[in-house]
Write a protein that binds this ligand. Sequence first.
Ligand SMILES: [Zn+2]
Length: 418
Amino acid sequence: MKKLTKYSIGLGDRFGHQGHAQLRAIMEASNKGVEITPVWNKSNREHIIIGTQPYDVRIEADSVTTEADFKRPYFVDADHINLDSVDRFIDSSDFFTIDVASYIGKRADDAETEQFLASTSVYSGKIHIPGIDDPVRISVSGIGDIAEKYLFAAIKAGEIYRKIEKVKGAGNFVAEVSMDEVPSPQTPVELFFILKMLAGRKIPLQTIAPKFSGRFNKGVDYVGDPIQFADEFEKDLLVIDFAVKEFGLPANLKMSVHSGSDKFTLYPVIGALIAKHDKGIHLKTAGTTWLEEVIGLATAGGDALDFVKELYIKALEKREELCAPYADVIDIDPDRLPSGEEVSGWNSLKFAGSLRHVPENPEYNSDMRQLIHVGYKLAADRMDEYFRLLDTHRDVVADCVFDNIYNRHICRLFNLNS
Ligand SMILES: [Zn+2]
């Protein structure tokens, strides 16, 4: 059976040039004693915007791991697929993030709902979850509300899972269910019943991606209360542990944190809690590598710096269009974006410093960073030129990618010295 190991990281590489640098970060962690499984992920949205095919990710993952003589497992994740988009991912992927966000809130039929309520009647009143001091209290109608909100989505997850299983065969892929791209977070008690529903659909779930409290904006730090997050995250870990035993889910089922890049405030919290409870984690990072390409090109100077300046100026013009598909996961204050004129006069240090996620650097500008984050379409529009620059400045870009994944992400999450 294809089994995800305790620690894994989702790596996004929009333009398919940085797999080797990402893998170098994974191998460096291994040298320091932390074994992490790399999972290359790319969503349908990214494929469409850039014009790539799911198979391109497979080719990249296979070739960089072969080149580096990497003998441990790695995966290719069909990221945020649903019933409509899954088909073209089935051959080339061995990890599927089944996204049921769009089905949340739709009602399952009465028979399904009644059956679920009957199967959960033992949990009404108090549920004792080992490790959580106060028992969780829930009424029959409380469970009914959860069913109303999530049962239909769980049924759909089962349909999508079966569709994949039919082609690939049971045990030949990793299944994740994601519910993160929704406006309101799921509480630990909701997570408990969601896992019951997914177990009821016989999905051998290895990772679950809930939505947590607070904002997980793309490419920037967490916005919210880390203490509240810690409480929720710890309860979720304990709920998963209990649900595995109670519902017979796979023993390696673990938490998946989406939009997980750059959540520097949370890494020590997450790292401490998974260590405390001896749990695994899947941390999904994606677009942050594209930002490092831009930073690397800015650092290289010359025509590479000119290219990224032009890209930023274009992004300013097309801001609304670029931001639209990401409206729920970015927060840009247009007043904090430097003008094109201003940026035209910047040197490498100033441009790279504005984008690189080092909060203590006074040049750092999270608004500009988020705008570039969603602006990758503009590089796709000038792909030949962009690829030529990436090839010319391969080493400086690779160093930025490595530094970001290894020093700013892995070291903070796993408490390693960078
Ligand atoms: Zn996600």
